[in-house]
Design a protein around this ligand. Structure first.
Ligand SMILES: CC(C)(COP(=O)(O)OP(=O)(O)OC[C@H]1O[C@@H](n2cnc3c(N)ncnc32)[C@H](O)[C@@H]1OP(=O)(O)O)[C@@H](O)C(=O)NCCC(=O)NCCS
Length: 232
């Protein structure tokens, strides 16, 4: 079976099928925003949806990302391949094509993604194996930011997901000024501030958020590297 990858930057099209057939089976409910919220992002022009479609036009995998003009950070919000089709190279193709397109289009400071830590409590077989998922991203060149990261709560801080990692998939060398292994914190601070407000509905000022911003703002930038090096 041959697959082609198409991009849509407007709501409608394949979105409904992608949401129902690819995203819902791949993510726990507390990590997946509503279809309306994905559609709204596409409507306002900051979203981008890459879809792998088979010869019959069926969506088999997808990558959805959001561009933040204010912080110049591109987020890969969701990447998933249908369970029976994992391990055949489609996820890697989607990831490469999306990063290449976003990097060329926006010249972002960084392209980031959040994933579950391999040390977090296993969620469910259907959502994939967190260790293999991290391996998948590291093979694609991702580096783990040394941060006490949590996913902002969809609908409020009480819905935050702890035990998450923030990955850098691409960084503009201008934002790794001290060394290639440290990311300058300012764009990420602006990005997280806006992300917390849009997800949780208010500015975060609690202990966890303060610890996260302290780590983002540390002098010399945020260390980033392979996951194994962070555990020593
Ligand atoms: C992570 C994911 C997108 C990878 O897509 P894919 O098409 O299977 O990946 P590729 O075939 O290009 O690459 C293979 C690698 O993906 C990873 N992978 C494959 N199946 C996997 C699974 N069930 N769970 C987690 N990672 C898996 C492995 O690292 C694998 O390498 P290996 O064969 O050497 O172990 C896909 O497994 C998936 O949809 N997982 C569930 C959703 C998810 O975790 N999304 C990422 C968070 S945004």
């Amino acid at each position: 079976m041959k697959y082609r990858i198409v991009e849509q930057t407007r709501p409608g099209g394949l979105l409904e099928r992608v949401y129902r057939e690819v995203l819902v089976p791949a993510f726990p409910a507390n990590e997946l925003e509503s279809e309306a919220s994905v559609a709204e992002t596409l409507e306002i022009g900051t979203g981008s949806l890459f879809v792998a479609v088979d010869e019959a036009g069926r969506p088999t995998g997808a990558a959805f990302g959001r561009w933040s003009e204010a912080s110049r950070v591109q987020m890969l919000t969701y990447l998933a391949v249908k369970p029976g089709m994992r391990g055949y190279g489609l996820g890697g193709r989607l990831l490469r094509e999306a990063i290449e397109a976003w990097s060329g289009r926006h010249r972002p400071c960084a392209v980031v993604a959040e994933i579950e830590s391999p040390e977090a409590r296993a969620v469910h077989e259907a959502y994939g194996d967190p260790r293999r998922r991290l391996q998948f991203y590291e093979q694609a060149g991702a580096r783990v930011l040394d941060l006490p990261y949590f996913q902002p709560g969809i609908g409020g801080p009480e819905h935050r997901v702890q035990g998450m990692l923030l990955l850098v998939l691409h960084a503009d060398p201008a934002f790794t000024p001290e060394s290639p292994d440290r990311l300058y914190g300012r764009p990420l601070h602006a990005f997280m501030d806006a992300y917390l407000v849009s997800s949780e509905g208010a500015r975060a000022n609690d202990w966890d958020a303060k610890a996260l911003f302290r780590a983002i703002d540390r002098p010399g930038g945020i260390p980033m590297g392979p996951w194994e090096s962070k555990r020593r």
